[in-house]
Design a protein around this ligand. Structure first.
Ligand code: AMP
Length: 543
């Protein structure tokens, strides 16, 4: 029989991150560029107090343990307070991507059964349209003060965030409960069907926060100034709102202005040392600093992931701006961080090009996530940097099942990521392809099936395939390859116009080419790989 440990049992709760930050680093600043346009300053102690008041307000609105609370908001201090006020009081914080197609947003809210939704000022028009189709939503809260509340709106009622906070006294004690309780939910993008909810627990989120803060991961210190460019609606901004509280560093939230100029000014004025985001964002920032012949005075490290980081971007950051790039891989189902690219001590004496080759890979596992690659039959493949296989992971913050879905996504106890990768003998993983056929435009997914379904409904179209074509700014943009029905006549312009109103405008394909036939696999499916090879050098008119 085991001899039991004799240490205190304290559940790993998200509220403990914030109470630690408030008690030990209470005066450290949290700075936000607000939707209202100005810069707002607060600190961890104030964030903790207001999160408690928010918890009181939610209880007054009738919210009970386990209720889902939605957010449609950019990165800002009120969103941070909702993260903590909601999860800390045993409610579940459901962050929603406002850039999704409205019907998808409605589907997600109804699936999660959100009882209350918090909305940033400039997202209210979307919510006004959706609310009639959201019977579960009992309250909509606009994240602003009384002066900014709109005089007119179409909602039956609209609450003011600052009124809710002002009505409470903050005499609230964070409850203690099971660390395996749900803390937050984030939905994957629906690529082959409806989006699916990944439900993070308090335990998984706290362990993830510990792990991403580690020196071989994001290497966060109390002296850092961290600015997550990655949105708080995209997998909890990669865990930075939790990790920043854990280390007690200054936290800067950029709102919805993510263009190069706005980011550069905020980086400089707030002394940002560390950031994280998708490659597209960094392209905008690098273009701006280059065009204006600028340098960064404090920016030292950036974590780049969500899509493959181009090697040239790593080089530019390091060689021209002295900013270290940490290439990371992860996904919604992993909270999201799985691997990060940092060198081992054995690499210290390698030539710069050899080091660069290692850093271009997606990196090695952080403690808490194990990985393997398997072939189509499920045979585990060797770690030799050459053999490719389907990447599978398991660990403390890897999902076990999706919200409201009975069927287990696991294969032999591992989560199949849908990515294809190699792993070398030092444990560095490299994504070589993805089995899914979604198109990633500026870090946002576009479903190829959705695009195909639109065109397949056109009377002149026999068959249509959507593939990703290279785009210098957005990384990938959709290209449609179309076979017309015999004797049918239709122009590219007519087909492009056919997308209007059926998908969000930004997802409209950049180009359409007509072919006599499309390649198919033996089972009659579109042979996308071949098609991508065929159009590898296709130049988009928008490029
Ligand atoms: P999401 O769940 O939206 O965060 O998307 C996760 C997917 O993004 C992964 O399964 C990969 O296909 C892709 N991805 C994330 N990070 C990287 C990376 N560093 N390189 C290549 N693909 C990536």
């Amino acid at each position: 029989m085991s001899l039991m440990g004799q240490m205190m049992q304290m559940p790993l709760l998200i509220s403990s991150l914030l109470t630690h930050a408030a008690r030990h680093n209470g005066d450290i600043e949290v700075v936000s560029k607000r939707v209202e346009g100005d810069i707002h300053r607060t600190n961890w102690a104030e964030v903790e107090l207001r999160s408690r008041k928010l918890a009181q307000a939610l209880a007054r609105l009738g919210c009970e343990a386990g209720d889902r609370i939605g957010t449609l908001a950019w990165n800002g201090y009120r969103h941070l307070e909702i993260y903590y006020g909601v999860s800390g009081s045993e409610l579940v914080c459901h962050t929603i991507n406002p850039r999704l197609f409205p019907q998808q947003v409605a589907w997600i809210i109804n699936d999660a059964q959100d009882k209350v939704i918090f909305v940033d000022l400039n997202i209210l028009p979307l919510v006004e349209k959706l609310v009639p189709s959201l019977p579960c939503v009992k309250h909509v809260v606009l994240m602003c003060d009384r002066d900014n509340m709109p005089r007119e709106h179409s909602l039956p009622s609209l609450l003011c965030y600052e009124d809710l906070i002002d009505a409470e006294d903050g005499h609230y004690t964070w409850p203690s409960f099971d660390e395996n309780a749900a803390a937050s939910i984030c939905y994957t993008s629906g690529t082959t069907g409806n989006p699916k909810g990944a439900v993070y627990s308090h335990r998984s989120s706290v362990l993830h926060a510990y792990a991403v803060a580690l020196p071989d991961a994001m290497c966060l210190k109390g002296t850092d100034v961290v600015l997550p460019v990655v949105p708080m609606f995209h997998v909890n901004a990669w865990g930075t709102p939790y990790a920043a509280a854990l280390v007690g560093c200054k936290f800067v939230l950029p709102g919805h202005h993510l263009d190069g100029e706005s980011l550069y000014k905020l980086f400089e004025s707030e002394g940002v040392t560390m950031s994280a985001g998708v490659p597209t964002i960094w392209m905008g920032l690098l273009n701006y600093v280059k065009a204006n012949n600028l340098k960064f005075s404090t920016f030292k490290t950036t974590v780049i992931g969500g899509a493959a980081c181009p090697p040239s971007m790593i080089r530019t950051f390091e060689n021209d701006y002295n900013v270290e790039v940490v290439h990371a891989w992860g996904m919604t189902e992993l909270s999201p961080v799985g691997t990060l690219g940092r060198l081992k001590s054995k690499h210290a004496n390698l030539a710069p090009e050899a080091k660069q080759k290692i850093l271009e890979k997606q990196g090695k596992s952080v403690f808490g996530v194990d990985m393997r690659i398997v072939d189509a039959e499920g045979n585990v493949q060797p770690w030799n940097g050459v053999a490719t296989g389907d990447l599978e992971v398991r660990g403390h913050w890897v999902i076990d099942s999706y919200f409201n879905v009975d069927k287990s996504p696991l294969h032999d106890g591992w989560f199949p990521t849908g990515d294809v990768a190699t792993i070398d003998s030092d444990g560095y993983m490299q994504i070589t392809d993805r089995s899914k056929d979604v198109i990633k435009s500026g870090g946002e997914w576009i479903s190829s099936i959705e695009l195909e379904n639109v065109l397949m409904a056109h009377p002149a179209v026999h068959e249509a395939a959507a593939i990703a074509a290279h785009h210098p700014k957005w990384d990938e943009r959709p290209l449609m390859v179309v076979v017309k029905k015999p004797d049918a006549e239709v122009s590219k312009e007519e087909l492009l116009a056919f997308f209007k109103g059926k998908i969000p405008n930004w997802q409209t394909p950049d180009d359409i080419v007509f072919v006599d036939e499309l390649p198919h696999t033996a089972t009659g499916k579109l042979y996308k790989l071949k098609l991508r090879e065929q159009f590898r050098d296709h130049k988009l008119p928008t490029a």
